[in-house]
Design a protein around this ligand. Structure first.
Ligand SMILES: Cc1cc2nc3c(=O)[nH]c(=O)nc-3n(C[C@H](O)[C@H](O)[C@H](O)COP(=O)(O)OP(=O)(O)OC[C@H]3O[C@@H](n4cnc5c(N)ncnc54)[C@H](O)[C@@H]3O)c2cc1C
Length: 565
């Protein structure tokens, strides 16, 4: 990485002993499915602080529509779900991780049902299962039609609120993970946070679980809520953790393309129910692209739409749902959204466009959510466990959050229960009271910056140059541009979240672009038009760590699973 990205260990200057101090056994950063699930397990062993930088209704989890993939039907098998996941991952999935997640799914799901999650049932009282692109069987459990995430978030929030020993801090922004020294390998001891009412605070924790979600806001077009600003990825890197497979960003083919509709997702299940994609002249162009037409894998549909839009010199293509009966009953959330814009799916064509949807890469972890920094665990979209490989199979991510949220908290509890000096670092036994951290950063003298302009320029540049179709020439141009912007943005000291988020986005955008430049092949959701097709020499994970000038190659299987050092 360019020097400019290596300089800052912390985003702001501070002296830990001058700030209010809070202590806990386990700090969980993020209150979506992964963080909530982690907090519930961690609370069985000690006290927990659970942070959410915004309100709980606007997590990616709460916005999830389609459902959660779990093998439940007698006609379905774990092997089939495993094979479908491996197929989507285009040769980069870790088979053992896939098996662990798929086999754990029914048990983790049953817990949610026991805690009160209301799944959709048919008239005979059986849990309904849907089918989505890439799945060989119907195995998608859903709630409220297309409101699965909202119901899951409601259920987990209620359980967390009813659990003693979990303190939920909402609107509390984690700026950085704290380590006793800036040297890579130093253990994480909690985080420095900011709350609008209480200001800066030190939260000292014996163990920290990062569950802060993805980086969709990096792109001008995204399905993600505004909180998805890559904070966890950036702070883990600054603390010395390895990030892996960052070039893989999944784009969703169909979001509502209307001014003011914030690129709301129109779930794949609509195409599963027979929705057709039409060009400007009303032609079903997907019939010529793939034998599965509109139900081809997401990356193929997204690419076809982008090419079609370029061909017709327009802004979007159309989704035709006029022949789908009972649209409002099947997709109540989408129907009510369309109504707000005066669109009736029984009569009107719906304008759609692809958008960034899911961050496949992330903080590298082992099978139990351990990162390569002592005391730091990661779960959910922020993590790269090897489950998704080069592309995520639909409805596998809520599942990953559930399974790894629990697993990371189990691993963290084991570490806390071990005698000091064995698997438990010495520091985690005490109250960290004698550790003092000083971050000295001199304020830049380069003057004011229009932050919203930096952010929107970055998002446009990412969409145009690191989007659905990439080339080496465009990537090298954008890397140079981002490095230039970074020089006068990363040397500033901000005092509110918009500034910190913009710095995190700029940093992670530069890393995604570098990873995309490094990977000279097309695989999964990473498409290099100058390198069509997969190449055997890139059948590896690319890993990025502070202080390294380029990617480290990590072989799949044993090497990936080996203890992280
Ligand atoms: C529109 C949409 C539809 C989707 N549909 C599906 C689907 O049907 N099935 C499926 O499996 N997946 C779906 N996904 C993907 C899935 O929802 C996410 O991958 C998953 O919910 C991520 O969960 P998470 O717990 O890792 O993060 P999130 O749910 O995104 O939660 C992140 C948490 O971290 C907190 N946070 C972030 N930064 C900070 C910070 N600096 N300080 C403090 N807190 C912070 C946030 O406030 C939030 O509480 C969908 C995603 C979207 C956007």
């Amino acid at each position: 990485m360019d020097e400019v990205f290596e300089q800052r260990r912390y985003l702001i200057p501070f002296r830990s002993n001058l700030l209010p101090q809070i202590f806990t056994d386990t700090l969980v950063i993020g209150a979506g499915v992964a963080g909530m699930r982690a907090a519930l397990t961690a609370s069985e062993q000690g006290d927990v602080i659970l942070l959410s930088k915004g309100d709980l209704k606007n997590t990616n989890t709460a916005w999830a529509q389609g459902g959660i993939a779990v093998v439940t039907a007698k006609t379905d098998t774990f092997e089939s779900h495993i094979e479908d996941t491996l197929e989507a991952g285009a040769g980069l999935c870790e088979r053992e991780v896939v098996r662990r997640v798929v086999e754990a799914a029914p048990g983790r799901m049953q817990e949610l049902i026991d805690w009160g999650m209301m799944l959709d049932h048919d008239a005979a009282g059986q849990v309904m299962v849907g089918r989505e692109g890439g799945h060989a069987a119907a195995r998608i459990l859903h709630a409220g039609g297309d409101a699965t995430g909202r119901e899951m978030q409601r259920c987990l929030t209620a359980k967390v609120r009813a659990t003693q020993g979990i303190r939920l801090f909402e609107n509390c922004f984690a700026l950085d993970l704290i380590t006793p020294s800036p040297v890579r390998g130093a253990p994480v001891m909690g985080a420095i946070t900011h709350h609008p009412k209480f200001g800066l605070q030190m939260i000292w924790a014996k163990s920290t679980i990062l569950a802060s979600g993805g980086a969709g806001v990096l792109y001008r077009e995204t399905t993600n809520p505004p909180l998805a600003t890559a904070d966890g990825l950036a702070m883990a890197y600054r603390a010395g953790a390895t990030l892996a497979d960052m070039s893989f960003i999944q784009f969703h083919p169909t979001t509502l393309y209307l001014a003011g509709a914030s690129r709301a997702l129109i779930t794949e299940a609509v195409r599963g129910q027979g929705g057709h994609l039409l060009d400007d002249s009303g032609r079903r162009f997907m019939l010529e692209v793939h034998p599965l037409a509109e139900l081809a894998p997401r990356d193929i549909v997204s690419r076809a739409i982008i090419r079609q839009i370029a061909k017709q010199g327009g802004q979007h293509v159309w989704l035709d749902c006029r022949h789908i009966g009972d649209f409002g009953e099947k997709f109540p959330e989408i129907a009510s959204l369309l109504k707000r814009f005066d669109l009736n799916p029984a009569e009107d064509l719906i304008p759609v466009h692809p958008a960034a949807h899911y961050t496949v890469g992330g903080v590298r972890t082992d099978m139990d959510g351990r990162t390569d920094v002592p005391g730091l665990y990661a779960a959910g979209e922020v993590a790269c466990t090897g489950l998704h490989g080069a592309n995520r199979l639909a409805s596998n991510s809520l599942l990953e959050g559930l399974v790894f949220g629990h697993a990371a908290a189990v691993a963290s509890a084991e570490m806390l229960a071990a005698p000091p000096g064995m698997t438990r670092p010495q520091w985690s036994g005490g109250r960290a009271g004698n550790v003092s951290i000083i971050s000295d950063i001199r304020p830049s003298d380069r003057g004011e910056l229009d932050l919203s302009d930096v952010r929107s320029s970055l998002r446009s540049a990412m969409w145009k140059n690191v989007g659905i179709e990439r080339t080496g020439a465009k990537l090298s141009g954008v890397i140079e541009m981002l490095d230039f912007w970074a020089r006068y943005t990363l040397d500033k000291i901000f005092d509110e979240p918009q500034g910190w988020e913009t710095q995190n986005l700029l940093f992670v955008g530069a890393l995604v672009a570098r990873s995309a430049m490094w990977r000279e092949e097309s695989r999964g959701c990473h498409d290099r038009t100058d390198f069509p097709g997969q190449r055997a020499e890139f059948d590896v994970h690319d890993c990025w760590r502070r202080g390294d000038s380029t990617a480290r190659r990590v072989e799949k299987g044993e090497a990936w699973r080996a203890a992280l050092v």
